[in-house]
Design a binder for this molecule. Structure first.
Ligand SMILES: O=P(O)(O)OC[C@H]1O[C@](O)(CO)[C@@H](O)[C@@H]1O
Length: 540
């Protein structure tokens, strides 16, 4: 059933002028009543303008949209991706000790565990040096070639878990820009490099082009006969990996019920597993699995994915804030915003509902961000004093991994907390005037200078706090966001699991390549595209 935001919009209008600080003044227990905890992860959404009545109205959406039924439909393998006729079962990849999950009458779990065991064995042997390069030496470097979900998940997680990485060094090539593959390969010794071609479909032009470049690079060093030792593939398309010449023993397959942006939990996570080892990779899976259990069993008011989703819907569809910033105060989460951009925007950037009718409200928000404190010295100016409201999602850990630098960690945490406090509290004109008066300003110049130093405040933010960024905690965070996307998608009534919006550009690029090469004319192209072709073509 289509949800209706009318009740929420009236609540919004009635409270539009209210300051979030008033909510704290009215309720001394607000912080804990508007927070929830899941296996050590604390989500605090008290610094938003959501009150009891709003929260109740938001909870009502869940039943109207059928979240409980659809959640069970997803976990039990129903084909909820109905524009592609597929189940959505990334949760099966981290189902380490649950029961069977049936797709088309077949339990998929034995296959998942078999592939995981093969990955474990392969990673273990590469790490111990018993699987070697063609010349018989251990692999020191791994290059993952993939794009989108076949890149962002592993690279994000590899960066996040660097303190746990004691295996070969991992490198990631994604862009079809030759600069990327060139710059990565030119720093490496082909004799000790394992190349992983990560592509669900094994047809993505960027990945296949980069894979061919890497192949040529390896052939020069190890010869055609050495190639099979230096390549592995992660894909659903075994016929295509075979056609590329990859040894079937080094192909790790998965099924079409794992979407690209949800695939880091399985074979696509192989580079991460090689880096941190199978045991820590299992901890990552356990974190995801713990979040699955929490999502399926926790009451709405305690349910982190549900709460994140409802805060998101409140800010985006009800308040009309078009973007949200993800601001991890954790340098190693530097790729998390990019990862979440794909996860959230490819999933919920849809213009029509399941039934094909135009959405009567906005689709998912624009997601962006950077780690703190770097962002503070770049775009936070706009967040604090710009005319648009940007809900901020802070993330911060209690401990870093550098015990000798605890003082730096304290500074990091205080910056994170200071930012959400500043957004909430702001600085009034009276306070700004007083500050400037003390600096010696007076009269009209005092007024003018003070205005520039006003912070409106009353700007919403949430904070996700965790003990330490371990593999388990990263698993929890990633699964938390996956389920948040699911709940938002169900409320909006869209299919979060297809991505037709990326197709048109791909088709046009294929058609433009011969035009750029001078092998086809640009009949039917618009004037701007033709002018740019004319300027950019290399052979003319
Ligand atoms: O793993 P593949 O099949 O190469 O696809 C890569 C990416 O391309 C997309 O299909 C979008 O173009 C993503 O959904 C996916 O993660």
């Amino acid at each position: 059933m289509t949800v209706d935001f009318a009740a929420l919009k009236s609540l919004r209008s009635a409270s539009a002028d209210r300051h979030i600080l008033d909510l704290f003044a009215e309720d001394s227990d607000r912080a804990s009543r508007f927070s929830a905890m899941a296996d050590g992860l604390l989500f605090d959404y008290s610094k938003t303008n959501i009150d009891e009545a709003t929260r109740t109205a938001l909870f009502d959406l869940l039943d109207v949209a059928g979240v409980p039924e659809k959640r069970e439909a997803m976990f039990s393998g129903e084909k909820i991706n109905d524009t592609e006729g597929r189940a959505v079962l990334h949760t099966a990849l981290r189902n380490l000790d649950g029961g069977p999950v049936m797709v088309d009458g077949k339990d998929v779990i034995p296959g998942v565990r078999h592939t995981l065991a093969r990955m474990d064995d392969f990673a273990d042997r590469v790490r111990r040096g018993t699987i070697t390069s063609y010349s018989g030496v251990p692999f020191e470097n791994v290059v993952n070639i993939g794009i989108g979900g076949s890149d962002l998940g592993p690279v994000m997680a590899y960066e996040a878990l660097k303190p746990y990485a004691d295996g070969p060094h991992c490198h990631f090539v994604s862009n079809v820009d030759g600069a990327h593959v060139h710059d990565v390969l030119s720093g490496l010794n082909p004799q000790t490099t394992l190349v992983i071609v990560a592509s669900k479909t094994f047809t993505t032009i960027e990945t296949m082009t980069n894979a061919q470049t890497a192949r040529d690079w390896l052939v020069k060093a190890v010869g055609e006969e050495g190639i099979s030792k230096h390549f592995a593939a992660l894909s659903t398309a075994k016929d295509k990996t075979a056609a590329f010449g990859i040894d079937p023993d080094l192909v790790f397959g998965f099924e079409d019920w794992v979407g690209g942006r949800y695939s880091v939990w399985g074979p696509i996570g192989l580079s991460l597993m090689l880096a941190i080892g199978p045991q820590r990779f299992a901890e990552f899976l356990r974190g995801g699995q713990a979040m699955d259990t929490h999502f399926r069993t926790a009451e709405w008011q305690d349910n982190l994915p549900v709460l994140l989703a409802l805060v998101g819907v409140w800010h985006n569809q009800v308040c009309g804030y078009a973007t949200r910033a993800v601001l991890p105060y954790e340098q190693r989460l530097l790729r998390l915003p990019a990862y979440l951009q794909q996860l959230e925007m490819e999933s919920n950037g849809k213009r029509v509902a399941m039934d094909g009718r135009a959405l009567p409200f906005d689709s998912g928000p624009v997601v962006w961000g950077e780690p703190g404190t770097n962002g503070q010295h770049a775009f936070y100016q706009l967040i604090h004093q710009g005319t648009r409201v940007i809900p901020c999602e802070f993330m911060v850990g209690r401990f870093g991994h550098e015990p000798g630098l605890a003082h730096q960690h304290e500074l990091l945490v205080s910056n994170c907390l200071a930012q959400s406090e500043a957004l909430l509290r702001g600085r009034s004109l009276a306070e700004a005037t007083e500050i400037m008066r003390k600096k010696g300003f007076e009269g009209a110049e005092l007024k003018r200078q003070a205005q520039h130093r006003v912070f409106p405040g009353n700007r919403p933010s949430t904070t996700l706090a965790y003990e330490k960024l371990t593999p388990f905690v990263l698993g929890q965070i990633v699964a938390l966001y996956e389920h948040r996307v699911f709940v938002e998608g169900v409320i909006l009534g869209i299919n979060s699991y297809d991505q037709w919006g990326v197709e048109l550009g791909k088709e046009l690029a294929l058609a433009l390549q011969p035009v750029l090469a001078g092998e086809a004319d640009g009949a039917g192209k618009d004037g701007s595209t033709l002018q740019l072709v004319d300027y950019l073509k290399m052979n003319g």
